[in-house]
Design a binder for this molecule. Structure first.
Ligand code: NAG
Ligand code: NAG
Ligand code: NAG
Ligand code: NAG
Length: 296
């Protein structure tokens, strides 16, 4: 009897040990995370290389708690993502707003990217030279309809001194940019001879520029969400990619990545209640049962 009990006891202890290690490793998804700072990160976005969709990983990554959006013109900050409407608000640290104005860099969005500007954006060029090609009457680059209201509002901000203009300066150096529509976008400040730009995506109280919402509103293409990814997510995993081919990988909470889903990876799915503890209890239960059976 003791010759039989010993190997069973050893098996029992080793299973217990494995389960507790798994439980301790717990909630991390290997290199992937479902939040970045305060921003929930869901497919097609990922927090780092190997997470989310490979096409999106080139543009968006998490860096020290900040979700960053990169284009050829710079690195911007993602301030919010609305998944149901596929809208991302990004802010450019060098962009002006009513409380802070400074010289800005250019902004561009490449044609190949899965992002497009939404119609909510109103790009405004500030501190432009009066000889700028923007003011060429034969080109019509500035929207004269809304221009005076928006420009006067921005030039009433105290921070306008940051771009070398007095408060309430004449608006002849300001332009509400009527950009050429379509995919791809480029705001080349040196070429347009302007010192700064801003983008307003929501006015709120129209008369009060301190209440306007500044940022660039983008929409992303969500045609990358596949059944394989849905299957992975419903098993508690995060979708990612692996290998030279950047092929689909499902990253499980125990750090293992699979080509399918996370069933059998410590965290089988049941509305989030399949905790490792329950699984450990089941294994212990089976062991106790075996033990009891073999003892007779
Ligand atoms: C995921 O993000 C949270 C909050 O930012 C952090 O506490 C946690 O350590 C991260 N996990 C991993 C595996 O990076
Ligand atoms: C997926 O697994 C491979 C091999 O184990 C590893 O190199 C890679 O970092 C993993 N990816 C993630 C996102 O954890
Ligand atoms: C204005 O811009 C500054 C500098 O980029 C930023 O720190 C601040 O949060 C912005 N404020 C608003 C209201 O957008
Ligand atoms: C979204 O991406 C798919 C797949 O790459 C592409 O076929 C489609 O044209 C894109 N849609 C838009 C609106 O760009």
């Amino acid at each position: 009897m003791s010759a039989l009990l010993n190997p069973i006891a050893r098996l029992f202890i080793s299973i217990l040990f494995t389960v507790s290690i798994r439980a301790a490793v717990g909630v991390s998804h290997g290199a992937c995370n479902d939040t970045c700072g305060t921003i929930p990160v869901q497919f097609p976005f990922g927090t780092g290389f190997g997470c989310g969709h490979p096409f999106f990983a080139r543009y968006v990554k998490c860096s020290v708690g900040t979700l960053e959006f990169s284009t050829v013109t710079g690195i911007y900050t993602v301030s919010s993502i609305d998944y149901p409407t596929r809208t991302v608000i990004v802010t450019d640290p060098l962009m002006s707003n009513c409380s802070s104005m400074q010289n800005s860099g250019s902004f561009s969005l490449d044609r190949a990217s899965p992002f497009t500007l939404t119609d909510d954006n109103i790009f405004v060029l500030l501190g432009c030279s009066t000889t700028s090609p923007l003011f060429d009457p034969s080109v019509d680059s500035c929207d004269t309809g809304s221009s005076s209201r928006v420009c006067r509002g921005l030039y009433s901000c105290k921070a306008v001194t940051g771009i070398g203009l007095p408060q309430n300066a004449p608006i002849s150096t300001c332009c509400v940019y009527d950009s050429p529509k379509g995919v791809g976008y480029s705001l080349d400040l040196p070429k347009l001879q302007c010192s700064s730009y801003t983008s307003i995506y929501e006015f709120g109280d129209e008369g009060d520029p301190t209440k306007w919402r500044f940022g660039i509103s983008l929409q992303y293409n969500d045609s990358y969400y596949t059944d394989a990814c849905k299957d992975c997510e419903s098993s508690g995993g995060l979708c990612g990619f692996a290998g030279m081919e950047e092929s689909f990988a499902c990253i499980c909470k125990d750090g293992v990545n699979t080509t399918t889903n996370c069933l059998g990876h410590g965290y089988a799915w049941n509305g989030g209640t399949w905790e490792p503890k329950i699984q450990a209890n089941m294994i212990i239960g089976v062991c106790v049962l075996l033990w009891t059976l073999l003892s007779f």
